[in-house]
Write a protein that binds this ligand. Sequence first.
Ligand code: NAD
Length: 360
Amino acid sequence: MPVFTHPEFDDHEIVAFHADPKTGLRALIAVHNTTLGKGLGGCRMWPYRSEREALTDVLRLSRGMTYKAALAGLPQGGGKGVVIGDPRRDKTPEMMRAMGRFVDSLGGRYVVAEDSGTSVPDIRLMALETRHVGGLADEKAAAAGRTGDPSPATAYGVFVGIQAAVRFKLGRDDLKGLRVAIQGVGNVGHRLARHLHEAGARLWVTDIHAPAVERCVREFGATAAAMDGIYALDVDVFAPCALGAVLNDATIPALKATIVAGAANNQLARPRHDRALQKRGILYCPDYVINAGGIIDIHYEGPDYDAARVKAHLDRIGATLRTIFERARGDRRPTGAVADRMAEERFKPDRGAIGPCTSC
Ligand code: NAD
């Protein structure tokens, strides 16, 4: 299977394959770029239909982590692990320990955390074999207010991002009466709804899981919206907090919102949808910038966890977005492209890498 000519290959520093016949583990780790620090990223377990599909995912996701960390102002690079298999059927403690040994074999250039199909207990099993793990709340950190769940930090970061976008696009400093449609009110979406409700916003919500919608109606006076109808609602902000690829040829023309700001990863179905949003005058908050709260929170884990410092860092998501919006307006370029460029200025030596943001 060709790697260097793979369409998602982007000068990744490491692409490693590993099989452990004793436990049935078949896994890949990709480290995209370590200019700013170790390659941190989750380990996903998924029943990939082919090795090529797993390779595509690990290349794409590890690259995304480099960009995310760079614009979050963190001294770390991007990496990702994938385990081929069905987490409900195939996962065993021995397999997770074997994954830990695979992580360890890279000597710390990859730092593993949880992702879809793996959980904190799985990372704890890996931690028996390697010290290169992230996202584990130890007892002292828990006492200082860290739960180990990144969702509260992610939701707060998205809320800060919405405030910045509203200030820039609508020229308003408060969110009273702001109309927001949230797609997906799970771990992040529900917490985001709470922040917005407390700030006086009016909410429309949708979710394939009916009780999640009912909870928002009950707790925040939200209006339940139809699944497909969420895009065309007459609102100010559309907040995708469920799945990727929701900004596409079908949905972008339907949007009435002038701001898109949500937690979901990979919101643009294709890179060209960045420009499609710009053409429609919609301010798009690049997903990996606005949803970086989780990795920011992980960065501060450990015995010295200080919730106030984490909040101060999360608040800077607003300033980063404002810089992106201003550059996009000045250069007449889409916000996603501007964000990519700004990230590359930090980690690509040939762009005069300036290192992590010194004020972050
Ligand atoms: P979650 O699984 O807790 O919540 C997602 C919600 O979306 C669920 O309630 C689910 O029922 C709903 N959903 C699924 N398909 C839907 C559809 N077609 N229409 C409407 N609702 C649908 O996940 P989460 O942790 O809240 O994460 C939400 C998104 O944010 C994901 O894309 C995730 O990758 C991304 N993200 C999460 C974090 C984090 O800290 N949890 C960090 C960065 C990015």
